[in-house]
Design a protein around this ligand. Structure first.
Ligand SMILES: [Zn+2]
Length: 300
């Protein structure tokens, strides 16, 4: 799934090519894309308006059109945007027609991508206030801010990072990379991290996103740039998808485990497992202590 660096890569590619141009036609080929709005309703709101800016927030791409009309795109699992492809892509769901004859297609085999409208600045603010937390590449993303956020969550830190209402734009790849950089196990409860660990995690998130951006995103599924080219971050992962390969720091084999319902990659020497709470440890100790007695009783 495209995460912040992938969506930002698309934005940087498209912005100079679409800003200042008029969106003449929005052809919605799959009505599910803009549900509950009707395709005609969305087209009527955006057609004939100039693109003032192409922005991003979290994993959303925001088309800022004249008169404060905003169209928010989310690519979800498999969505890509292709500008002037040699032929219309196979899984096209939406076609944008611009002045000057340029065409942009939203191609999306699994059809989870969405298009939503916000009319006016307040509607846009409300939309994101309900969905997204701090933007990790903004000056607001300080370790003090992250520390305060983690105090409110008992969830494992991996689940915390994937929650878009906490930190916007981080998904499975960049969460794994950030936790490895910070030396924090994905199952460690968010609330229990020390200030020092949170500071390392903040730096790990920023460094991982920056590395992803520098490589123009990761193409492990369907991600392509608008000109069809792939990103190269998948060749530079420090830990993600490296199961069984040696840790780049200590050479112990990388393990794959489940955290927050997702395949998570970890070096359990560099990212020590959290100790189980004392009550659980005590119960486990009692249980193992009672075992020999029971087997002795059974054999007699
Ligand atoms: Zn290691």
């Amino acid at each position: 799934m495209p995460e912040l660096p992938e969506v930002e890569t698309i934005r940087r590619h498209l912005a100079p090519r679409v800003e200042g141009h008029v969106l003449e036609e929005l052809e919605v080929l799959d009505p599910r894309w803009c549900e509950p709005l009707a395709p005609a309703e969305v087209a009527a709101a955006v057609e004939g308006r100039r693109v003032e800016a192409l922005e991003r927030r979290g994993k959303y791409l925001i088309w800022e059109l004249e008169d404060e009309v905003h169209l928010m795109l989310h690519l979800r699992m498999t969505g890509t945007l292709l500008l002037d492809p040699p032929e219309p892509p196979r899984y096209r769901r939406v076609r944008f027609g611009f002045d000057g004859g340029h065409e942009l297609f939203f191609d999306d085999p699994r059809r989870f991508g969405t298009g939503e409208l916000a009319l006016g600045g307040d509607a846009l603010d409300d939309f994101f206030a309900a969905r997204l937390g701090v933007e990790p590449l903004s000056p607001d993303f300080t370790s003090a801010h992250l520390y305060a956020l983690t105090r409110t969550s008992r969830a494992p830190i991996k689940a915390f990072l994937l929650d878009q209402r906490k930190v916007a734009g981080v998904g499975n790849i960049y969460a794994d990379e950030a936790l490895f950089r910070a030396g924090i196990h994905p199952l460690r409860p968010a609330q229990r991290l020390t200030r020092k660990q949170v500071a390392a995690l903040r730096d790990g998130v920023v460094a991982s996103l920056a590395a992803g951006l520098a490589a123009k995103g990761a193409s492990i599924d369907d991600f392509r740039h608008p000109d069809g080219v792939q990103g190269s971050f998948q060749d530079r992962f420090l830990i993600h998808l490296r199961e069984g390969e040696p840790c780049l720091v200590c050479e112990r084999p990388v393990r794959k485990l489940r955290a927050a319902g997702r395949g998570s990659y970890v070096c359990e020497r560099c990212q020590p497992r959290p100790r189980r709470p004392r009550r659980v440890q005590a119960a486990a100790a009692r249980r193992s202590a009672s075992k020999p007695e029971r087997s002795a009783a059974a054999s007699s």
